[in-house]
Design a protein around this ligand. Sequence first.
Ligand code: PGA
Length: 261
Amino acid sequence: MEVIIKENPKAAGKVAAAIVGNQVGSKPDSVLGLATGSTPLVLYRELIALNKQGRIDFSRVSTFNLDEYLGLGANHPSSYNYYMHHNLFKHINIKKHRIHIPDGLAPDIPEHCRQYEGAIRAAGGIDLQVLGIGSDGHIGFNEPSSSLASRTRIKTLTAETIKDNTRFFPAGESIPHHVITMGVGTILESRICLLMAFGANKAAAVREMVEGPISSMVPASALQLHAHAIVVLDEAAAAELKHHEYYRWVYANKPDWQKYE
Ligand code: PGA
């Protein structure tokens, strides 16, 4: 796992955007896995700016989102479909037919999940998966106790995630308890995993993910098994890492050909 610690989320977003830019630059028909929530917004802002400057071209890129709330349609303002169009897709030159997001209104959920996995395979697999981490250690919506071999399926959210995500819903509206999420096994098949985490609220989960044992109780710790996982943090999210000085030293001393920025 490569751990990159930047001074603030904006600087971290620039590094993440450079990594995504390198991916799309070297393979214009890249398949990107995308995430929602507060964390990737700095990345999406950078990607929009790079696209407007003509420095990244999404015309041949395909995307697969990690997850969606069950019961919310694409027009619901708290759905992840709405989030993605509002925060990224409508601002860049991506082709609509190459965007994939689980359907929160799918009538046959197991069949929809099988088809989602099939569509990822048919696209050639995910080249680079963008990830956040929950304060409870989830990736996607793979909550603690999720099988580390799991595939796209229905999950039930923990009380902690429901509390964390209530801010995205209008006051008085209850947040769905069920979601469709790519599995940990699905995520681990991506060629590159790029996880971002910001803020003190993530520090304990980040410590467990990077330096704790691999455990289904911290699904993000499965990234220790991944051959190319990059973790981009701000200072607050890195605060509990025992080996933070080493990670900083490694990054400062990267050979030129390995640098992202
Ligand atoms: P956040 O969510 O970016 O809104 O903190 C991250 C996650 O739950 O994966």
